[in-house]
Design a protein around this ligand. Structure first.
Ligand code: 5GP
Length: 212
């Protein structure tokens, strides 16, 4: 029997500096019914980042062990480091009815899309390429070289917007969050998502009235 209360899987990607992290944080603060998946990575923690909160920080060996145990829903190598989404937590939370957000790169999102046909794929765009550059510079955590790598990658990545269901321009965080909330609400009203629930509850009601 299908779990009618299963949550919605929401995948958010976009070039680095588009503001995904800030948007997801604000989205979570406003919506306690949302769960954000904490990824594993082999990247070193940035200042202020905490193990188990921002990421699970693993060694390369630990990460490879997890791949071998099939622990990831998807994983990808991004800027020389591995990143992966823990499979069991995401599945558990969806089954419990939580809407789960994955904030992952494009390669990972495309892999998830192959298996999770009912996922909602949202691409965050910067207001302009100039603004994107300024945001990457302001972040200040990158060396000059990795800054250029990220900027060039961003330029290429924007071409993948056509693989996503929705594009949200991050002019202001508040507005972007409002748009994503509307997308989630609309998705929860989609007939192909809820028709079985509606029909089953109709049957249940008739059954109750006739036989109870
Ligand atoms: P950062 O190092 O700036 O935290 O993240 C770099 C990139 O890795 C971002 O585009 C981010 O969305 C992506 N990323 C974070 N976690 C995952 C994950 O679990 N899987 C994949 N495929 N990408 C991830």
């Amino acid at each position: 029997m299908k779990n009618h209360n299963r949550g919605v899987l929401i995948v958010i990607s976009g070039p680095s500096g588009a503001g995904k992290g800030t948007i997801c944080k604000a989205l979570l603060e406003k919506n306690p019914n949302l769960f954000i998946s904490v990824s594993a990575t082999t990247r070193k923690p940035r200042l202020g980042e905490e193990d188990g909160v921002n990421y699970y920080f693993l060694t390369k060996e630990e990460f490879l062990d997890r791949i071998a145990s099939d622990d990831f829903l998807e994983f990808a190598e991004v800027y020389g480091n591995y990143y992966g989404t823990p499979k069991s937590t995401v599945e558990e939370m969806l089954e419990k009815g939580w809407d789960v957000i994955l904030e992952i790169d494009i390669q990972g999102a495309l892999r998830v899309k192959e298996n999770a046909k009912d996922g909602v794929f949202i691409f965050i765009l910067p207001p302009s390429m100039e603004e994107l550059k300024q945001r990457i510079i302001k972040r200040g955590s990158e060396t000059q070289e990795s800054l250029m790598t990220r900027f060039k990658a961003a330029y290429q990545e924007i071409n993948y917007v056509s693989k996503y269901n929705y594009a949200v321009v991050n002019d202001t965080v508040g507005e972007a969050v409002r748009k994503i909330e509307s997308i989630i609400q609309a998705e929860k009203c989609r007939v192909d998502r809820i028709k079985e629930k509606i029909l089953d509850s109709k049957e249940g009601l008739i059954h109750e009235q006739l036989y109870d």
